[in-house]
Design a protein around this ligand. Structure first.
Ligand code: V47
Ligand code: SF4
Length: 392
């Protein structure tokens, strides 16, 4: 897929641009690239050149291994006090009648639907409801943990956490410690968007800022939790804003080592206050993943979130640095389908996800949240009847 080059050495050799050659040499020598290099790659790197380099880094780190997770999502509410312009989901002001807020029993019933199924993680994230407190979420975590102690509880973005902790008049450390004691094990990557204040001011002015986001993840890492980090790309930001965002994450990762995965999220423009902004092309998306793989040298994993990209494009990213396709999720996840992702009802079972990975000659590995390997599907026929009985 990274043709026309035979390999990364040829990609560098055939490039006449001096600066690209230098950056390519740095990558091969496992030297860190700087912000100027990052912007230059976006501006001048061809898709084939970036792909050859990113694929080399990916294979150095993980060979052909491509991870996925069996998880499900709980969205406690779509009511939100904030007003992010890209959000197609929040229902506080517009379409109030479409708002939902789940009780602890409702959410326990969602968990119970997965009783007896081999899921390993629940991902809890939603809007910021003024009445859903830290106490409420501690109760929720305890209830889920009591019912199903083997499930890894991953939940809450700094947007939700900052609001909860302020309301409870607690420090970040105190608030996170309470959630941890209630069963929270890691944080997902959401709410990061683009860190630079010039962009944040235009797209998500009223929620936690970059320093607040980073402080919460840093504290989580200090308390022994792992987390992910996202970046919402392909809207009004420029390349240097993306690099600035990645730089801040790379610096924090140097300090704590607590991030597992970087997840670039492609902006989708349906039914939100940024519908006039065009979506990026597939080529731009693939370049984004490739530059992320090259820049985020201290992040072990790079994830493409397939419900947002669509299956075929997600499959393409596996040749541009990506080594993780998130998970098998079901149609309870609304935030993406409402924003116009190709996957209107995103669901893919294990057999389909494994097949998608095998079609591009990669090695499908089921993992848990912390990337412990659960099962290698390389030699398993996922459509054999006896396998299917075990899978689903
Ligand atoms: O922060 C909202 C994004 C994020 C749109 O950590 C949109 O494993 C595109 O962070 N177009 C939340 N994106 C989701 C998230 C996530 C997803 C999957 C896995 C993990 C993980 C984290 O969704 C928000 C925002 O950046 N988002 N609206 C939109 N119109
Ligand atoms: Fe609220 Fe999150 Fe939507 Fe922003 S993106 S309005 S914080 S639900």
């Amino acid at each position: 897929m990274t043709a026309p080059y035979k390999n990364v050495h040829q990609a560098i050799e055939y490039t006449s641009d001096r600066q690209l050659k230098n950056i390519g040499e740095k990558i091969l020598n496992k030297q860190r690239i700087n912000q100027e290099d990052g912007v230059y790659l976006f501006e001048k790197g061809t898709l084939a050149f970036l792909g050859a380099l990113a694929n080399w880094v990916r294979e150095e780190k993980h060979g052909h291994k491509t991870y996925f997770n069996r998880n499900f999502h709980i969205e406690p509410t779509n009511v939100c006090v904030f007003d992010c312009k890209f959000c197609s989901y929040s229902r506080l002001y517009a379409h109030k009648e479409e708002g939902w807020e789940l009780t602890i029993d409702d959410m326990l019933n969602i968990v119970k639907k997965y009783d007896g199924q081999p899921v390993t993680e629940v991902h809890i994230v939603g809007g910021v409801h003024p009445k859903m407190t830290l106490q409420f979420f501690c109760e929720l975590l305890k209830t889920i943990h009591e019912h199903r102690p083997d499930l890894h509880l991953k939940g809450f973005t700094p947007v939700e956490l900052d609001y909860m902790f302020r309301k409870a008049k607690l420090s970040i450390t105190e608030g996170l410690q309470m959630l941890k004691d209630a069963g929270l094990q890691s944080l997902p990557g959401g709410g990061a968007e683009i860190f630079h204040p010039d962009i944040r001011k235009q797209i998500c002015e009223d929620k936690v800022d970059a320093d607040g986001w980073l402080a919460i993840h840093k504290t989580a890492h200090q308390l022994g939790m792992h987390s992910n980090a996202t970046m919402l790309f392909g809207h009004i930001e420029q390349y240097w804003h993306r690099v600035d965002h990645m730089e801040k994450l790379r610096q924090l990762q140097d300090e704590t080592g607590g991030f597992n995965t970087f997840i670039p999220l492609k902006f989708r423009n349906k039914d939100n206050a940024m519908s006039h902004v065009s979506e990026s092309s597939v080529v731009e998306d693939l370049k984004m993943y490739a530059v992320a793989r090259l820049y985020m040298d201290n992040f072990p994993h790079l994830k493409a979130y397939w419900p947002m990209l669509g299956r075929q494009n997600a499959q393409l990213t596996l040749s541009f640095g990506v080594n993780d396709l998130d998970g098998t999720i079901d149609d309870t996840t609304k935030i993406y389908s409402m924003a116009g992702s190709e996957e209107q009802s995103p669901s893919m079972n294990t057999a389909e996800l494994v097949t998608l990975i095998k079609q591009v000659k990669r090695q499908p590995i089921e993992r848990d949240t912390l990337y412990n390997e659960i099962k290698d599907y390389s030699n398993i026929d996922v459509y054999a009847q006896e396998t299917n009985a075990v899978l689903n």
